[in-house]
Design a protein around this ligand. Structure first.
Ligand code: TRP
Length: 337
């Protein structure tokens, strides 16, 4: 039988935006709705501790991300949705896997290099060992559920490859147990910054650059209106900003409208005001519906709290069974739970 467990994680970076919604979460919802997988989705708060952070903000953002994921369409009756730190087996397995992960492999992870360089430039630069061993925790996340498929973007492929190396070394040393997880790749649009369409849409660039999934109509319209379209292209070439707006329209399910604009532009027309209006209308519709759903969920704190506990319990049931076997294989004594 082929392995049909899907696992993915998202950092609690505050509110979801269109970039991580269309690039990741909308895809998670599609996987859930396909009914072909046991899907497990996790808010990885332990991963967020690898960069400097404020404890109160982390707790707030973690709960916020959990709520946002439900508002965006993850359904706790169909998928397991939970918070990483509420399942302590993640850290237990991470230690064991750290002992079958080659130090040299960790030194070659480009994300560590990028992030540590970013930190080095700052005052009081502090680069934690946690940032260095981050990919081991990620491997533990996936292998704890013996997931075969991991929907992630290109930037995570190196981490996935390391997860496979870790699984292979564990199996070689202690006995065949973990499947080697593969990237579940699907076409997801890569959205660019509205103000600087040569960069990826991300919150770290600042509020002009992204649109929140729950943003109010007024600011959605203002941001789309001031979006950069051309960056000095010659002739009939469409600029990256305009292409990004067309991509947004398509992501919102308005492919026909996008195509009509494309035809117009291919004929040499360069009127971006109507395109912007169509994009703004589509986004206002989306964010309005999302905001309404989020208000419904966030208004019932008790239910949110209960769903968080239940999600963690479901995840733990699988995690405990895995750890029992891992402990046995790795030569650790049995322990009472
Ligand atoms: N490292 C991932 C990111 O930054 C998040 C993540 C943590 C993850 N654990 C995971 C993704 C396990 C997939 C599977 O996007």
């Amino acid at each position: 039988m082929s392995n049909q467990t899907v696992f993915s994680g998202i950092q609690p970076t505050g509110e979801l935006h269109l970039g991580n919604y269309f690039g990741a979460v909308a895809n998670w919802v599609r996987i859930q709705e396909s009914g072909c997988y046991q899907a497990i989705y996790c808010v990885v708060d332990l991963h967020a501790m690898t960069m400097p952070y404020n404890p109160n903000e982390l707790r707030k953002n973690t709960q916020q991300m959990f709520i946002d994921l439900l508002a965006a369409g993850l359904d706790p009756d169909k998928s397991i949705v939970f918070v990483q730190s509420m399942v302590p087996e993640h850290t237990e397995l991470a230690w064991i896997l750290g002992c079958v992960c080659a130090y040299g492999d960790l030194t070659r992870q480009t994300q560590f290099k990028d992030k540590s360089e970013q930190l080095e430039g700052k005052q009081d630069a502090f680069i934690s060992a946690g940032l260095f061993t981050y990919p081991v925790l990620q491997a533990a996340d996936i292998l704890l559920y013996r997931a075969g498929w991991v929907p992630v973007g290109k930037d995570q492929e190196q981490h996935l490859e390391l997860s496979r190396d870790i699984a292979r070394r564990f199996n070689g040393q202690f006995g065949e147990y973990f499947p080697e997880p593969a990237v579940l790749s699907t076409e997801t649009p890569k959205l660019l910054s509205l103000a600087d369409p040569l960069k990826k849409m991300s919150k770290s660039l600042g509020p002009k650059h992204y649109i929140g999934l729950f943003e109010e109509e007024k600011s959605v319209r203002a941001k789309v209106r001031s979006a950069v379209t051309d960056t000095g292209e010659a002739g009939t070439e469409i600029g990256p900003g305009a292409l990004n707006l067309l991509g947004l329209l398509r992501a919102c399910g308005k492919a026909d409208t996008a195509q009509a604009f494309e035809r117009e532009y291919a004929n040499g027309a360069r009127r971006y005001a109507p395109l912007k209006e169509a994009v703004a209308d589509a986004l206002v519709e989306l964010t309005g519906a999302m905001r309404q759903r989020r208000e419904g969920i966030a208004g019932d704190r008790e239910r949110v709290h209960k769903l968080m506990q239940e999600g963690a319990e479901k995840a733990r049931a699988i995690a405990r069974a895995t750890m029992k076997e891992v402990r046995r294989l790795a030569g650790l004594p049995k322990h009472q739970e």
